[in-house]
Design a protein around this ligand. Sequence first.
Ligand code: BG6
Length: 458
Amino acid sequence: MYQFPNGFLWGAAASATQTEGAAELDGKAQNIWDYWFEIEPERFYEGVGPKNTSDFYKYFKEDIERMKAVHLNSFRTSISWSRLLPDGIKVNKKAVDFYNQLIDELIQHDIEPIINLFHFDMPLHMQEKGGWESLEVVEAFNFYAKTAFELFGDKVKKWTTFNEPIVPVEMGYLNNYHYPCVIDMKRAVVVAYHSMLASAKAVKTYRDLSQDGQIGIILNLTPSYPRSQSKGDIEAAKIADLFFNRSFLDPSVLGEYPTDLVELLRTHDLMPEVNQIDLELIKENTVDFLGVNYYQPRRVKEKEANTTKTDSILPESFFDPYIWPDRRMNPYRGWEIYEKGLYDIATNIKDNYGNIPWYVAENGMGVEGEERFKDEKDMIQDDYRIEFYEEHLKWLHKAIEEGSNCFGYHVWTFIDNWSWLNAYKNRYGLYRIDLNTKQRYMKKSGLWFGDVAMHNGF
Ligand code: BG6
């Protein structure tokens, strides 16, 4: 029996843009996803865009009943900035009504809301001002955060500033995967620094309001494993860790950027403009807790050809990906499944980050074509997903036994939802959605997870 600590949070995560729908309803302004889909629909799987979601905006009450049916005691979603403040300044009353009703309904069902402020969905007019490259947008975010705390802070006791802030950096400014589809390391570093600054400012604003809750940040931590113990491989893994994990983990939890990262950026003329006042602000406004999204590790090896030219530098200029021959893949998403990674993350947090309270904010397995696993009662027999959760939870349990300060486990996701580029290709939910009727059907993993949540273990 794997028994978890009393009061452990069992839940699921989602985000506004991926679930709400109503992209053009009730005064919501466009965000970069609405706009990008309008101009380049072919970039999205099967041409399905953010208007076409599970319509949580409409069905949230019934969906909260469904959460109850699988015994969730917590749920994380985000507020849509462009719904709450369509012009960045004036509060949209319809949005306030929606989020109030949603939060109230969750609380009435004994489901703790964890509310996140930014999940990849920059309002379009803010992007036009430069997005995270602009300090004006950092200030606008702070205003949005303050507005949200003032509106909902009497009820919401766990806030997070960002979900995976490295993703807009990587996908939007290094890889041409997300809008604005830029490839420029220098600009990417500015985006990362300003997002970090925005997060610290929001933490300060929250504390200044003296509300009696906690504020954290959600990071996707990808443990970086070197191919071998050779000096070159270890250095490669260290650099990957600096870029993709420690660039947000260290300032968020310890209040300081790793000196090795700063030196590396300086050497390659990539330093953003920083001032002492902002660095102090980051130092003084570290988070109360961490959310960790974990899907896959990163395996690297020493770079084969040295290509560190300043004009075209990218993180990959410092290491090569390593394909571990023993790796086990989720072939649909193309991500390695490595359960022990969760234990390694927990140990790292315990040993190097003051054992700060943290929870697994996302963990899950996206599978294509799940319909083929339907039984005669229309239930998807997703035993592979149950096995995935079970194996991760065993490692998490071991970490907790060894003293890790982990307070919860959220799956990604509750109901199959729209994903940024893959739309509905890979399904992650405890519930399946029929896209034609928008009907939801519990999967076998929903039943299983409900049992685990009810017994606080398995
Ligand atoms: C996380 C994000 O990175 O992974 C989610 O926070 C996302 O928004 C999830 O949907 C799964 O990734 P994907 O690309 O398969 O949807």
